[in-house]
Ligand binder design. Structure first.
Ligand code: ADP
Ligand code: MG
Length: 462
C-alpha cells in the first residue's frame, strides 16, 4: 500500500515538476512510514545532499500531494536520519502501529474527536497515544488479568510486577494497554519519564546509533527512563547486538526499580532467536495473556468505540458486527468504521440491513477455505475424527459436531449443500438442509455453543 501511495505521488510530481526532477530527486527517495498520530511522513534520502535539496525546493510539493493522498491536513515531512533530532526536540518518532492508511481521514478525525481536552493537553509525549487509555479499554474475561496487572502497576510503578509481560494474538489490545499504562502513569506523576517504543523502532534506533557513533547517547537516553514500554518485543529476535544492548539497559532499569512492560504475540519461552539470559529476564516478573473476546465483550467494545466517536450504534447492528468478525478487535474496529463510514457517506441510517450489505459482501469475497482445514480444526476442539463424523453413528454428541461441521463448511467453504453431504460420508441434500436448520436454531438459543463455534471459526481462519 505504501508503495502504491508513493507511486501515485511520483505520478503527480511528474505532472507538476516534470520527469527530470522526479528521476533526479524523488526516485532516489524512499517512503519509510506514516505516523497518523502526529501526521508525519518519514522519508529516507540516500545522502545529505539530496535531502537538503528536497528540503529547500520541494517541501511544499511533498506536503501538499502526500497530504492529499493520505487525506491529512498540515502533513509534516521528516527524513529518517533526522529522527533523533526530531525525537529530541518534539518527542515524535514514527511508530508502525499508528500507521493507518484507510480510512485515514476518518480515523484521524475520530481520534481527534475522541481525545478529551485533558488528554489533548498532555500531547504526544514519549510516543504515548493519548486516545489509548484505561477508560477507553473494555474489560472482559479475555483480558481482565492483563488489565488488572496493568492497572496495578500504575499505582506503584517498578514495585509490583516488574517486568510485566503481556502476550496475545495480533489485534487483541496489547498496544492499547501499553499506552494506557503510559497515560495513567503520566496522569499520576507528571514528572515521570515514560517512553513507549516498539521493539522494531528500538532496533532501528540502535542500528542508527552504531552507524553514527552515538551508542553512548542511545544508552543514556534509555537508562534515564522511569517507565519503559516495549511493544512487540518478539521483533528483537535474531538481532544479537541489539539484544546485548537491551540486556544492559534492562538490568540498569530493573536494578533502579524502574518499571518495564513488554508485549509480544508469543509466550517468552516461545520467542525464537533470543539469548537465554534475556529470555529469562523477560519472564522474571508477571507474564499474563490476552485472548479472543467473547461475543458479549465484542458488543461492548463496539458500543464503546461508537460512542467515543459520537455515533449511535443500534444493538442489533453491534450484535451483527460482533458475530461476523471473529479474528480480532482491530478487525472488529475496521468493520465498525466501514459500516459507519458507509452510512455517513451515503447518508443512510445505520441499520442492520445496511451493515449486512456492507459486511457480508466483504466477508464473502474474503473467505473461502478448504473442507479439510475445517475438519482438522474441528478435531482440535472435539474428540471425534473425520471418520466418526462421516459414519452413520447417531450418537447425540457426534450428531451435534456433525451439524457444526456442516454449518462451518457452508459458511467458510465454497461447497454447495450437495457437496457438503458428499464430503461428510455421502449424505443427501435434504439431510444437510435439515441439519443446518437445526444447528442455526441451536446457535440462536445457546450462547455458549454459539461462542464456541465462533472460536472454532476464528481458528479455521487464523
Ligand atoms: P495488538 O497490539 O494486540 O495487536 P491493539 O492494541 O493495537 O492490538 O488493538 C487493536 C485495536 O483494538 C485498537 O484500536 C484498540 O483500541 C482496540 N482494542 C483492543 N482491545 C480493546 C478493548 N479491550 N477495549 C477497547 N478497544 C480495544
Ligand atoms: Mg500492537
Amino acid at each position: 500500500m505504501v508503495k502504491a501511495l508513493w507511486e501515485d505521488f511520483l505520478k503527480i510530481a511528474k505532472e507538476e515538476a516534470g520527469s527530470r526532477v522526479v528521476e533526479t530527486w524523488f526516485k532516489a527517495v524512499s517512503f519509510q512510514s506514516f505516523d497518523s498520530i502526529s501526521n508525519v511522513v518519514y522519508l529516507q534520502a540516500p545522502n545529505q545532499f539530496v535531502k537538503n535539496w528536497l528540503k529547500s525546493n520541494y517541501m511544499s510539493l511533498l506536503q501538499t500531494h502526500l497530504g492529499r493522498l493520505l487525506q491529512v491536513h498540515e502533513l509534516k515531512i521528516a527524513f529518517v536520519d533526522d529522527i533523533a533530532t526530531v525525537a529530541e526536540t518534539s518527542a515524535i518518532t514514527p511508530s508502525n502501529d499508528s500507521f493507518q492508511m484507510v480510512p485515514a481521514q476518518l480515523a484521524g478525525e475520530r481520534r481527534g474527536a475522541l481525545a478529551p481536552l485533558k488528554t489533548m493537553a498532555r500531547q504526544v509525549q514519549g510516543n504515548i497515544n493519548p486516545a489509548y487509555t484505561f477508560d477507553s479499554f473494555v474489560v472482559g474475561p479475555s483480558n481482565s488479568l492483563a488489565y488488572a496487572a496493568a492497572h496495578a502497576i500504575t499505582e506503584k510503578p517498578g514495585r509490583l510486577y516488574n517486568p510485566l509481560f503481556v502476550y496475545g494474538g495480533s489485534g487483541l489490545g496489547k498496544t492499547h494497554l501499553l499506552h494506557a499504562i503510559g497515560n495513567a502513569i503520566k496522569d499520576n506523576q507528571q514528572q515521570a519519564h515514560v517512553l513507549y517504543q516498539t521493539a522494531d523502532r528500538f532496533v532501528n534506533e540502535f542500528i542508527s546509533a552504531i552507524r553514527f557513533n552515538k551508542v553512548h547517547k542511545f544508552q543514556e537516553k534509555y537508562r534515564d527512563i522511569d517507565v519503559l514500554l516495549i511493544d512487540d518485543i518478539q521483533f528483537i529476535s535474531n538481532k544479537e547486538q541489539t539484544q546485548e544492548a537491551f540486556f544492559h539497559i534492562f538490568n540498569s532499569l530493573y536494578e533502579g526499580s524502574k518499571q518495564i512492560v513488554f508485549s509480544s504475540d508469543t509466550f517468552p519461552q516461545n520467542i525464537d532467536g533470543i539469548a537465554e539470559r534475556l529470555r529469562s529476564r523477560l519472564a522474571c516478573g508477571l507474564v499474563t495473556d490476552m485472548y479472543l473476546p467473547s461475543l458479549e465483550t465484542k458488543v461492548v467494545i463496539l458500543k464503546k468505540k461508537a460512542s467515543l466517536s459520537g455515533d449511535h450504534l443500534p444493538d442489533d447492528v453491534a450484535h451483527f458486527i460482533a458475530s461476523r468478525v471473529v479474528s480480532n478487535i482491530r478487525e472488529l474496529e475496521g468493520a465498525l468504521i466501514r459500516v459507519t463510514a458507509f452510512s455517513l457517506l451515503t447518508k443512510q441510517p445505520l441499520t442492520l440491513d445496511l451493515a449486512k450489505r456492507v459486511l457480508v459482501r466483504a466477508t464473502e469475497q474474503a473467505v473461502s477455505v478448504d473442507g479439510e482445514r475445517v475438519m482438522k480444526v474441528l478435531a482440535r476442539h472435539y474428540p471425534y475424527s473425520f471418520d466418526d463424523l462421516c459414519s452413520k453413528n447417531r450418537n447425540k454428541d457426534i450428531a451435534l459436531v456433525r451439524q457444526i461441521a456442516m454449518h462451518l463448511l457452508k459458511k467458510l467453504t465454497d461447497k454447495s449443500l450437495r457437496d457438503i453431504g458428499l464430503f461428510l460420508g455421502g449424505r443427501d441434500h435434504s439431510t444437510v438442509v435439515h441439519a443446518l436448520d437445526k444447528i442455526e436454531q441451536l446457535l440462536h438459543e445457546d450462547r455458549f455453543l454459539a461462542d464456541k463455534v465462533k472460536r472454532i471459526e476464528s481458528d479455521v481462519l487464523a
